[in-house]
Design a binder for this molecule. Structure first.
Ligand code: ACO
Length: 352
């Protein structure tokens, strides 16, 4: 039978490292100022989130999300030994698209040089921090049904240009970083149920939608974009809004349930699984999930300390980071659980 297999993996983060102690002094162009722009500090950020630093693009250089996606995709294709021309479907998860429409996947397709009249299918998916698991579920289904043979699945985020660098936005601003991760998922003939993608489950609860959102525009209004002339900009429209504590509690609860469900449905135990790769929103969330789901601590992989929350990119970025460090190896079995805005969540078990 046809099974979906991860053929290659790659990630990219911009070179600029932004440490916690630099954050209070950055203006909205990310340029350090002599005076404080935001009341926050390294101690608060580390204690509440575990984050030490994150990466930002060079705003003056005009980088886009599809540029970050391109770098990660090139690396994943090279790792897989697959030519971009062989890709017959792109699935791109992002909450920070290049523009409102068209979707970012078509810009990536062009940048990869595989656009044109025979260009492959391009999907943008909007599941925020759950993007990778949702995308893997789609790629797995497309491949198992024989619809596509080689799917490029990418999570890419350019957050830093859409954050509020003032005390008003500090609860959200300190969390996010820029980056991208990609996998090439391909069809293989195999009857071995422990090969490739073993399990995916995606879920959502729309009643949580207004606990974490970014408006930018409001389609019920004309014009759809309205900035208050007196305040220069409408902060609610311009920047992400979050009810942090509520998101935290829902994240822990749903990630624990989703993780246990993955094991129940597959009959696997932590003896079979090599690595737990949770979404990277807050180290405290991941520590709580590890504790409540009774996951062996040495199997949990985190990277939030160095990249912050890169939303749809966190899972492939974390796997690739630890692969470069020599911990994760080809053939390892990964259980990944994610949670994000929507609320959306899910989990997947796959062999690298
Ligand atoms: N620096 C200093 N002080 C701050 C900061 C900051 N960056 N942010 C908030 N504070 C202050 C608050 O104003 C508050 O002050 P007060 O007590 O005087 O009112 C105090 O710190 C505590 O604030 P809380 O919001 O209660 O802090 P909490 O412990 O809840 O931590 C956090 C906030 C880190 C945001 C946490 O709620 C969290 O991680 N939530 C979940 C995030 C998440 O999982 N997001 C989902 C994925 S993202 C996606 O899908 C796009």
């Amino acid at each position: 039978m046809i099974r979906a297999k991860i053929l290659g993996l790659g990630s990219y983060v911009p070179p600029r490292v932004v440490r916690n102690d630099e954050i209070p002094f950055l203006d909205d162009q990310h340029v350090p100022q002599e005076t404080r722009q935001t009341e926050t500090n390294d101690e608060w950020i580390r204690a509440r989130t575990g984050i030490e630093e994150r990466r930002y693009v060079d705003t003056a250089a005009g980088v886009t999300t599809s540029d970050l996606a391109l770098e990660a995709s090139r690396r994943a294709l090279e790792d897989a030994g697959v030519d971009a021309k062989e890709i017959d479907c792109i699935i791109l998860g992002t909450l920070s698209p290049d523009i409102h429409f068209p979707g970012t996947a078509v810009f990536l397709q062009s940048k990869l040089g595989i656009d044109g009249e025979d260009g492959c299918a391009c999907y943008d998916i909007r599941q925020q921090c759950s993007g990778f698991v949702y995308g893997l579920e789609m790629a797995d289904a497309f491949i198992r049904t024989g619809k596509y043979r080689k799917v490029l699945l990418v999570g890419a985020e350019l957050h830093s240009n859409a954050l509020d660098f003032t005390t008003r936005g500090r609860d959200v601003m300190v969390l996010f970083g820029d980056g991208a991760g990609a996998v090439v998922v391909g069809a293989v003939e195999s009857d071995d149920e422990r090969e490739g993608v073993l399990y995916t489950h995606a879920a959502a609860d729309g009643s949580g939608a207004w606990n974490l959102y970014l408006k930018v525009f409001d389609i019920s209004k004309s014009p759809i974009v309205h900035y208050d002339a007196t305040a220069k900009l409408d902060a609610e429209q311009q920047y992400p809004q979050m009810v942090g504590k509520k998101v935290f509690l829902h994240a822990v609860r749903n990630m624990v349930v989703a993780t246990n469900r993955a094991l129940e449905k597959t009959g696997l135990t932590w003896k079979d699984i090599d690595w737990f790769v949770p979404h990277q929103a807050n180290l405290r969330i991941n520590e709580a999930v590890v504790e409540y789901a009774e996951i062996p601590k040495d199997k949990a992989l985190n990277t939030i300390m160095w990249y912050g929350n890169t939303t749809a990119a966190t899972v492939p970025l974390t796997i690739d980071h630890w692969r470069k460090e020599g911990r994760v190896k080809k053939g390892d079995l990964v259980l990944s659980t994610v949670f994000g805005a929507g609320f959306t969540w899910g989990s997947a078990i796959f062999r690298l």
